[in-house]
Design a binder for this molecule. Structure first.
Ligand SMILES: NC(=O)c1ccc[n+]([C@@H]2O[C@H](COP(=O)([O-])OP(=O)(O)OC[C@H]3O[C@@H](n4cnc5c(N)ncnc54)[C@H](OP(=O)(O)O)[C@@H]3O)[C@@H](O)[C@H]2O)c1
Length: 351
């Protein structure tokens, strides 16, 4: 598998990372271990989890698997903290008091001495950013984490964190984990250009829109059976009613046509589009079975042509806000997001 350097860190990440949100939920321990084995056999080295996934069970399952293979050699392990781990308001957030406890709990569940990438799962409005950054710096100094990243930040929040860390000489924010797929391209307007400019590595989550881009849902039928949305059609941001739009079906039609002409799955088409976007270091694969993972890993054996890529990009192009993006387009002849995204080199290729 191809490997890339994660932002300004020295961490090497496989271009597909393994997302483990299904572990301890849709995938039991045995299935999760089989998924981990298959991923490692394919040359995957980057594994992403969070304390909140199945309330610690995802980290524990990864920990028991690491135990069976005798450690983390060759692997890059990422986890996150910030969302509530109990009803106690003190069991959440990005404060020093909480992060110091949360990191020890994650180290214990994973059974490791150090976490390669420790991510703040979302902005915490209740904690001064300086407190969070100083804590992350102290956790690096204590040898508990190697690098710090964030997830689900807006561009101004991320830029502020990057700048503050730079000027105070705190540990840098090396990565952003955002939602990014053919169905969700909002990050291209502000976050992605910012990450390219600042060399912050991008780790997309939900690259299949939670399953939508596999083509398993249609305009005529609500989801049924054993799928994420079959089990809960109202599930959060992937909810069937929210995504049941002309735009979604138009995008799926192009994905289906590209897949049909190549005789590959729609998932592979969607994954290869994200994998080739500027700034993307590692695309997180979510799977509930080894078969799903195998299908997704097969995307590594081919690449989209320029024509296929353009057709997919065109049908899924994000709407441009009237101001300032639209203004700049009309009066300065500048496609703000495209210009910014194409003028920076893609991330360096590692080993
Ligand atoms: N930072 C954050 O806030 C955040 C949020 C969400 C996720 N994440 C991370 O990103 C990872 C991936 O997210 P995601 O699970 O939402 O990714 P996704 O790739 O958009 O969706 C994965 C789901 O799609 C279905 N699927 C996957 N491959 C398939 C295939 N080949 N054929 C048919 N169905 C297939 C499976 O669900 P069904 O079989 O149930 O349909 C699977 O669980 C997570 O594991 C987690 O590590 C982070």
């Amino acid at each position: 598998m191809e490997h890339r350097t994660l932002g300004s860190s020295e961490l090497n990440v496989s271009s597909f990372g393994l997302g483990t949100m299904t572990f301890g939920a849709e995938a039991d321990e045995a299935t999760s271990h089989a998924i981990l084995n298959r991923f490692a056999e394919a040359g995957g080295t980057f594994i992403d989890t969070a304390d909140v996934y199945s309330h610690g069970a995802s980290e524990e399952i990864i920990g028991s698997w690491l135990g069976t293979r005798g450690g983390t050699e060759e692997l890059t392990i990422a986890t996150k903290a910030r969302f509530p781990m109990s009803d106690d308001p003190a069991d959440a957030g990005a404060s020093r008091q909480y992060l110091e406890r949360a990191v020890d709990a994650s180290l214990g569940r994973l059974g490791v001495d150090v976490i390669d990438l420790y991510q703040i799962h979302a902005w915490d409005p209740a904690t001064p950013l300086a407190e969070t950054l100083a804590t992350l710096t102290d956790l690096v100094a204590a040898g508990k984490i190697r690098h710090a990243g964030v997830s689900n930040f807006t561009a101004w929040q991320l830029q502020r964190a990057v700048d503050m860390a730079r000027y105070v000489d705190w540990t840098p924010i090396v990565s952003l984990q955002p939602k990014y797929s053919l169905l969700s391209r909002d990050i291209e307007l502000e976050l992605l250009p910012m990450c390219l400019e600042e060399n912050v590595g991008v780790i997309p989550w939900s690259p299949l829109g939670g399953g939508w881009l596999t083509g398993k849902y249609t305009p005529d039928e609500r989801p049924t059976g054993s799928t994420r949305l079959g089990e809960n059609p109202a599930r959060g941001i992937e909810a069937y009613d929210l995504r049941n739009t002309d735009r979604t079906w138009a995008i799926l039609e192009v994905v289906r046509a590209v897949a049909g002409a190549r005789d590959v799955s729609m998932s592979q088409v969607a994954l290869n589009w994200v994998r080739a976007r500027p700034g993307v270091c590692s695309v997180l694969l979510g799977a509930r079975t080894v078969d799903q993972l195998d299908d997704n890993l097969a995307a590594l054996s081919w690449e989209l042509t320029e024509n296929e890529r353009s057709a997919l990009s065109e049908v899924s192009a994000p709407g441009i806000p009237i101001y300032p993006h639209g203004f700049m387009e009309t009066y300065a002849g500048m496609t703000v997001w495209e210009d910014l995204m194409t003028r920076v080199e893609p991330p360096a290729i590692g080993r």
